[in-house]
Structures are given as C-alpha cells and as structure tokens.
Ligand binder design. Sequence first.
Ligand code: BGP
Length: 479
Amino acid sequence: MIYEKTAKFRDDFLWGSASAAYQVEGAWDKDGKGESVWDVYTRIPGTTFKETDGKVAVDHYHRYKEDVALMAEMGLKAYRFSIAWTRIYPDGKTELNEAGLQFYEQLIDELIAHNITPVVTLYHWDLPQHLQDLYGGWESREIIEDFNRYCVTLFKRFGDKVKHWVSLNEQNIFMTLGYVTAMHPPAVKSHKRMLQANHIANVANATVIESFKQYVPDGMIGPSFAYGPVYPYSCDPQDILSAENAEDLNNYWWLDVYCKGEYPTFAFKYYERLGIAPVIEEGDLELLARAKPDFIGINYYQTGTVASNPIDGVGPSEVMNNTGKKGTAKENGLPGVFKNVKNPNLETTNWDWAIDPTGLRVGLRRLTSRYNLPILITENGLGEFDQLEENDVVNDSHRIDYLSAHVLACKEAVTDGVDLLGYCTWSFTDLLSWLNGYQKRYGFVYVDREENDEKELRRIKKNSFYWYQNVIESNGEDL
Ligand code: BGP
C-alpha cells in the first residue's frame, strides 16, 4: 500500500531513547553493588572486542543529571533504561541495598522533573553472579522467586511514579547467545539447556507480569523482543517453507508464549523429535496463558532472509562481525531447516546488519494481525563509526537517514492500523556495545572515549541530536 497521505502519530506518542545499565552506568562496584555475570565474563580474555567492559562505561551513574539535561534540551518524551538487579539485591536475593534504590529514585525523579516519562526495564542481561554460582541462574526454577522478589521491590517502590515497564529484554538473544553460540555468559553450548532455561525465563516473565497487575494496576508492562521478521530468499516453495521454519523457531517460539501462552506447534514438535523440548511443569501453561502483556516491546534492527538448507548444510555460526569490517559475518543456519543468506536488495551497515525500514512496517503489521496488542518500539538504531570533527561537530547523516526512514515506516504502519505507543531509538548517548566495544556508536550524543581510554568522557551533540529534536517537536511530521 502506497499512501499519498499518512496518518499522524498519537498526541501522547512516546518519542524516546533507550539504554541499559551495564552499557552506560559504570560505577560497577559502587555503593554496595554486587557483581553481575557481565562483570565477571568480561574479565575472561577474548570474550569482548579489545577486552572492553562496563567498569566505567560512559559514567552515567555519576553524570545522569548532565545526561537528563541533554534529554530535556532535546525534548525527549521518554527514556528507557534498565535497573541493575545487583544494585538492588547485591547477591540477587537476600539483602536489599537502599543505596541502589536511591540511585534509581533520583534518576526517575530527575526525569519526571523534566517531563520525561521513565520506561524501566527490569532485566537487561546483568544477572547477579551469585545466582549463577548458586544454582545456575536461569537453569533453575529457584530464579522465579528471586526475580519476582526483586521486581516486586521495584513495583512497590516506584510503581506510583513509573507506569511503563519492560520485563525481560531480548530473551531470545540472551538465551541463544548464552546457551547456543556461547558468546554471552554463561557461554554454554547446548540447545537442550537453552530451551529449558528459556522455559524457566518464560515462567519468570509471566510470574512478574502477574505481580505487576497486583502492585501497579494502572501501569503497562511487556517484554522487549529482538524481532527480526523473516523473508524467504525466493518464491521457491522450499525457501518459503524455510522461512516458515525460521519464523516459528526464531520469533513465534517467544512471541506466541508471551502473547498467546503457547509454544508454536511445528517448533515444539521439532524440538520433541530432537529430544530437547523443554519440560513443562503442571500449572506452567495456565500461568503463561493468564499473564498477558499490555503491549509488545520490540527491538528492531533488521530483517532476516533465509533459504533452504540441506541436512548436511551449514550450522550455527560462532563467528560474528564485531570489528566493523564489512563482509566478515559468516553464513549460518540449522541443517535441514533453514540458512540465513544475504538479501541482495538491502544495503548493510559496517557490522553487516541489513538496513530495512520496510521490514519494520512488515513486522509491525504481522504482530498486529497475529496478536492485536499495542506495540512499543523499545529499540531501533544504527551502530556506526562516527567522527568527531573540528569545533565539536559530528556529522552523522548516515544515522539521520536510517532513523528517518524507520520513523516513516512507523507512520505508514500506523496508517495501516498498527496501535503504536512510541518509538525509542537505541541510544541516547554513545555507550558500550556488549561484544563490539565503544567504536560501534549509536547515540545522538557523542561520548569522547575510546576502547581502553576513558579520556574525559565529554558529551558532544551530534547532528542527529538536532534532527530528532525537530522530529519530536513536530510529532513526527518533519522528518
Ligand atoms: C540489542 C540490545 C542492546 C544493544 C543493541 C545493539 O540487542 O538490547 O543492549 O546492545 O542490541 O546491539 P549491538 O550493541 O550488538 O550493536
């Protein structure tokens, strides 16, 4: 559908930006904070790009007022950030750390004082290391109670001020990278263990959603899913079937559980045949069916294109482009099921991520037709090298082009009938990319630091800062 005139964004549209505690805060051991699995994992040589870590990150912990002032200057309507579980319960379960609660209380108050809606993520991957050591983290059902205790503490403390909450960030990514490709902690390579841990995470997610309804009945909660809609490489029926396989295994395996409380049939049968389907305990399915999210949060970066893959074909890749050298990503897939291929119609970033604004519209429509829930875009953005030029200029026209095409796709999706609550870019300031260091930048605000040199961590507004300011001011009319 090509529109001559598109609909307008709602008046209370949440023009936002997102971050995560480990990627911005630093202060990794301040004020009673416990160690997270990322604090520990990044100490293992070779796990991250040039051994980068979040010990200092962009020091948001100490500079949050300066950062919020920049958000206010831009006119940002919403700021999505995550709370570090280890600041609230240093060992994940026993003693509550008041200093941790105070830090987030101050941040929330500072945002509200500047008319910025806080959107709080409960879990953005920084699991308390103690829980990993004690019972294997997400592999034990003990985590359900511990996670719920931590979340209820936050609901009680902040529920009157914070009405937008994200439960788990990208469960599909932290499970797949943590337990299949072994690129994230706990760096396990076992599909079976992944599926079991993932089921436990589903139950934890549902438990917390139920608690939320009790403690913050006038709020909204949903998970943030890393959504990559899938295209078939061609109209060869084998490619079409491969795309169906990939949609079920990569997307609906999570989304159907969140929104319908059930696993997709084909995917479950497939895992059962392999003898690796998760063990589902009595009561789990009833809970999953009850605990519906209020919205679907999606983190959208790219679509995937798949072709058929022979039974002796390519398997999961352990090589990722984390250097920014275009063309270094390796082909990967599931033998006999599908393989990921390059889409010849799409440009890619220097990290080999396909640039596809239309794919965002396609995805928003698919989700709306399948689940009919409001959608909040909780992340979208372009990771690129940016150059700090003379007189503090950062000309990131590549980012402006990327974001403006994606906002336009959102507008078209709204015209199509999608109930879109808001759009958060990734990210507001530059920050640490988990596996790609500091050189892969996403922000509207440049932070002057390098991989292993923190310099002064000076904040410098990029050209995209002024562009987004204008987008917000015009409620998305002026792109
Ligand atoms: C998402 C994560 C974010 C962020 C973003 C960019 O998967 O939720 O935390 O890192 O992707 O990814 P990357 O840093 O790998 O470029």
